[in-house]
Design a protein around this ligand. Structure first.
Ligand code: NAP
Length: 296
């Protein structure tokens, strides 16, 4: 299927669709200036982005919501044009906490529904409002989780109209199978958001997800923001890769555009994060030229 700037969405198995490029909105809350997420999301929507990837645990969902609402109010877009993905955090896996967590996101965004809501990780932490519960030795407190019970609570949220599509994140094949083989499954996961870029291409998971009609959404598509708290800085930076640099030179593109295009041409949705207006625009060019053809 050929995609254009105006219509760069691909179908999801539940009849909805997802734009092939979205803006990642995670910025370190300790170092990101207040208001920067708002400005960046506004710029992104003005430049043509229709997909925003956020989470309650990013601590800036209120800014994302305000930017969405302001661009609707000024006539740039309609609510239907926007695709917002929110995430169920690890402390809200028990079924009775699922709907309140989604409602918290909706209240923070000041929106009536989200387009996609995903289980952020298959692992759970001690339930409650402390997002990173730790013991007296500073170790994270994990919690047993029944992913099928969490999924059933998500299905109820979809049926209540709070979310259009349901998905997962950081799930391996075994964890996906757990949901897909759940007796009485009402709604299949439509997507699996995982790290995916030219240094981590996920061929087996991609094949499996294609067979099951699950779209892969590639996070950290530029090779991450290289945050020392979770990235090994000894790994070479993706955007300095010699091959990517030479391809970019040959086709008069930037290395970031080549990295994004690598995924997009395989039908992998990309959600690059940038809070810089020129890089936000640069990344979006990936659906502009040449015309993207996605295998289905
Ligand atoms: P990323 O998108 O691969 O990289 C972001 C970094 O690249 C930032 O430092 C950004 O800086 C820089 N950048 C952006 N465009 C650039 C360009 N054209 N040229 C050079 N540098 C550029 O990494 P990410 O933030 O880890 O992942 C993206 C999004 O995925 C997140 O924001 C979040 O929404 C999502 N995510 C989800 C999970 C999950 O577990 N589900 C995990 C990680 C991330 P500037 O801002 O200064 O441009």
């Amino acid at each position: 299927m050929d995609l254009t700037v105006e219509n760069h969405s691909i179908p999801l198995s539940d009849g909805n669709s997802i734009p092939l490029i979205g803006l990642g909105t995670y910025g370190d809350p300790r170092t990101t200036r207040k208001g920067l997420t708002y400005e960046s999301v506004k710029v992104a929507i003005e430049k043509g982005y229709r997909h925003l990837d956020g989470a309650l645990v990013y601590f800036n969902e209120h800014e994302v919501g305000q930017a969405i609402r302001d661009t609707i109010a000024d006539g740039t877009v309609k609510r239907d044009d926007i695709f917002y993905c929110g995430k169920l955090w690890n402390t809200f896996h028990p079924p009775e906490l699922v709907r309140p967590a989604l409602e918290k996101t909706l209240k923070t965004l000041k929106l009536d529904y989200v387009d996609l809501y995903i289980i952020e990780m298959p692992t759970a932490f001690k339930p409650g409002d402390t997002f990173y519960p730790k013991d007296e030795n500073g170790k994270l407190i994990y919690h047993e989780t029944d992913l099928c019970a969490t999924w059933e609570a998500l299905e109820a949220c979809k049926e209540a109209g709070l979310v259009k599509s349901l998905g997962v994140s950081n799930f391996n094949r075994r964890q996906l199978e757990l949901i897909l083989n759940k007796p009485g499954l009402k709604h299949k996961p439509v997507s699996n958001q995982v790290e995916c870029h030219p240094y981590f291409t996920q061929p087996k998971l991609l094949d499996y997800c294609k067979q099951k009609d699950i779209v892969i959404v590639g996070y950290s598509p530029l090779g991450t923001s290289r945050d020392a708290s979770w990235v090994n800085l000894k790994c070479p930076p993706l955007l300095e890769d010699e091959l990517l640099v030479s391809i970019a030179k040959k086709y008069n593109k930037t290395t970031a555009q080549v990295a994004l295009r690598f995924n997009v041409q395989r039908g992998v949705v990309v959600i690059p994060k940038s809070f810089d207006p020129s890089r936000i625009a640069e990344n979006f060019q990936v659906v502009r030229s040449p015309r993207v053809s996605v295998p289905r």
